[in-house]
Design a protein around this ligand. Structure first.
Ligand SMILES: [Zn+2]
Length: 260
């Protein structure tokens, strides 16, 4: 499931491929990804114009059409982007942005949980969806305040997009492993020191993931993610990793390094 690092890689991909090309057409192959936005309205809003810049907030990618119109992409479970010249339509292409020069950008989404919409500004969309601050942009103070005011488990707080936006199942496991905090530890019981450590780990893990093109298996061997599988062992102490459902998702942790 795409998390902040994946979406940051998608953002850079749009920057490298799709800016300043005139949009000739928008083809919608499955309107479920548009929710209540009609294909006609999307097409009317974009045709003849071009993408000027990009932004990201948490797991949302924003593509600027002009100062008061942004395309908003959310990648759901399996979404990604593809770009090419005279590209052949794939079975999971849901919306394809066709440029006048024969190139096109496709929103590919096998399981149809991804969404595309329009917004007047990034700020307005973020406020409207009640998203918390971006996990890479939030200040240490704000982060500590948010994680320590909730009685929920720390893993669910990290994954709650209204608290901090961008972190999902995989990277929350890595952040907690790095901080040596058990995934079911309640947020309100974190010490100031633990909250500060969690903040540093969050930034470090997300930065490392972006440097590695959001490939969890490419993370350093000292990280949890390359060992995060059945029979996996802790890279620090070699204990067998635990695996259990926490906050509705499969969490992995080290029973020796991460204390309750
Ligand atoms: Zn361990």
């Amino acid at each position: 499931m795409p998390e902040l690092p994946d979406v940051e890689i998608f953002r850079r991909f749009v920057d490298e491929t799709s800016l300043h090309r005139r949009l000739a057409d928008v083809r919608v192959f499955n309107r479920r990804v548009l929710n209540d936005l009609s294909p006609q309205r999307l097409k009317r809003a974009l045709q003849g114009r071009s993408f000027h810049s990009t932004a990201r907030h948490g797991k949302h990618l924003f593509v600027e059409v002009d100062g008061s119109l942004w395309l908003v992409l959310h990648f759901g479970m399996t979404g990604h982007l593809d770009f090419g010249r005279q590209r052949r339509t794939g079975p999971h292409d849901r919306v394809v942005f066709v440029f006048a020069d024969e190139y096109s950008l496709a929103f590919v989404c096998a399981r149809l949980f991804g969404r595309i919409t329009l917004a007047q500004s990034v700020e307005e969309f973020v406020a409207d969806k009640r998203l918390g601050p971006d996990a890479m942009a939030v200040s240490a103070q704000e982060f500590a305040l948010r994680v320590r005011r909730s009685r929920a488990t720390i893993k669910s707080i990290l994954m709650d997009q209204s608290q901090v936006a961008g972190i999902g199942n995989l990277y929350s496991d890595e952040i907690l492993f790095r901080s040596r905090i058990h995934p079911t530890f309640p947020g309100h019981r974190l010490t100031t020191g633990q909250a500060a450590c969690l903040y540093r780990s969050t930034r470090k893990v997300l930065r490392m993931a972006i440097e590695r093109e959001a490939d969890p298996w490419a993370m350093p061997q000292s990280c949890l993610l390359p060992h995060r599988e059945r029979e996996g062992r802790c890279p620090r102490c070699r204990a067998a990793l635990m695996r259990r459902t926490v906050a509705g998702r499969t969490a992995y942790w080290c029973p020796q390094c991460q204390h309750k």
